[in-house]
Design a protein around this ligand. Structure first.
Ligand code: PLP
Length: 389
């Protein structure tokens, strides 16, 4: 198989899109291209458009083709980190004085990028609960934002936002709708098909999937195929240069090939973990969209094809939450999420420390679990012993 069209099933696209065998040797797995520069047949006569590693690299092209295919987008751009991807996108869209309407519990680093890096350059930030359409409508009517930016499920409280509804509100106001699809991944949720303009990723998480490569991506919808935005993003990727290196791109590509099976197992294990924790007397609240008790459950069931691998819980107090996070053994205490191994995180002092004291702060009682693909009985036993400490 050498080419695929977008009609193929998700798992086939994940394995094959952009992954044509090497025409010189027949190697089934495309090689990693480390060369920083490319021989020219004459001045400006390039072979397949490659000139210099920052402007283009075949391994990066392969990843970008794969990313665009799995998100159902027109173009994908890969970057050295999720935040580099976000920064390049924001600079491509915004001018001083423009406003971004941001979901209230997005990743703390996204809030920090907007408030502390782009804020001093004149970009304005407002925060709203994106899962509340009335609040979004009111905020949009008050001052027209250039971008509505949402994470659904959100980080770490797993709030669910109606992407199609948000896209309708945003488009009526002339705003671009950006969905950070890091938590759900395109295996479980397709924001562009639901009307979003742009998907962003920290590919560091589930797409890479093995906690061994940092990266990020921006994917544009079909509506933006020939847009000025597509051109500007390509220009800034080259002119600013926060690109993924060849080995990083290759590792991400390899991760994506197993995304479909991994997300199923993450979801199964997380569902068992959530059910176990919901029935535990020491757990005050479980945040998992797969639970019928979750306020966004019905919407998540319509909008997603699985509920994902992240489960957050509220314990009795901040002190109890800290102790629990330091007491698990199989769940390792670490930043990040989305790898095959289970991790535990205390957002208030770890991933979300940068938003403490702001309107995006995470309650101190909350602990976030990234449920891995280990044997579920071992995961439950670990949580049981940590809750008994
Ligand atoms: N978006 C989400 C949802 C994240 O969780 C993260 C990182 O944790 C980012 C974006 C930023 O990505 P990166 O750490 O790859 O820069």
């Amino acid at each position: 198989m050498t080419t695929l069209d977008a009609a193929r099933g998700f798992a086939s696209l994940a394995v094959h899109a952009g992954q044509e065998f090497d025409p010189t040797t027949g190697a089934v797995i495309p090689p990693v291209h480390f060369s920083t520069t490319y021989a020219q047949d004459g001045i400006g006569e390039l072979r397949q458009g490659y000139e210099y590693g920052r402007s283009g690299n075949p391994t990066r092209t392969a990843l970008q083709t794969q990313l665009a295919a799995i998100e159902g987008g027109a173009h994908a751009y890969s970057f050295a980190s999720g935040l580099a991807a976000e920064d390049t996108l924001l600079r491509a869209v915004l001018s001083p004085g423009d406003e971004v309407l941001l979901g209230s519990d997005v990743y703390g680093g996204t809030h920090r990028l907007l408030s502390r890096v782009l804020g001093p350059w004149g970009v304005r930030l407002r925060v709203v609960d994106m899962s509340d359409p009335d609040a979004v409508r009111a905020a949009v009517a008050e001052r027209a934002p250039r971008i509505l930016w949402v994470e659904t499920p959100s980080n770490p409280l797993l709030r669910i936002t109606d992407i199609a509804g948000l896209a309708a509100i945003g488009h009526e106001a002339g705003a671009l709708v950006v969905v950070d699809n890091t938590f759900a991944t395109p295996a479980l949720q397709q924001p562009l098909a639901l009307g979003a303009d742009i998907v962003v990723h920290s590919t560091t998480k589930y797409l890479g999937g093995h906690s061994d490569v940092v990266g990020g991506a921006v994917v544009l919808s079909e509506a933006h195929r020939d847009s000025a935005l597509a051109e500007q993003l390509g220009f800034l990727q080259f002119a600013v240069g926060a690109v993924s290196g060849p080995l990083d791109a290759w590792l991400t590509t390899r991760g994506i090939k197993t995304l479909d099976v991994r997300m199923r197992r993450h979801s199964e294990n997380a569902a068992s973990v959530a059910a176990f924790l919901e029935g535990h007397e020491r757990v005050a609240r479980v945040y998992y969209p797969g639970l019928a008790s979750h306020p966004g459950h019905d919407l998540a069931a319509r909008q997603m094809s699985g509920f994902g691998g992240i489960v957050s819980i509220a314990l009795e107090s901040g002190a109890v939450a800290r102790r629990f996070a330091e007491s698990t053994r199989l769940f390792q205490l670490a930043e990040s999420l989305g790898g095959v191994e289970s991790l535990v995180n205390y957002p208030d002092e770890m991933t979300h420390a940068s938003v403490r004291g702001t309107e995006a702060a995470v309650p101190v009682e909350v602990v976030r679990l990234s449920v891995g693909i280990e044997a579920v009985a071992d995961l439950l036993a670990d949580l049981e012993q940590a809750l008994a400490v």
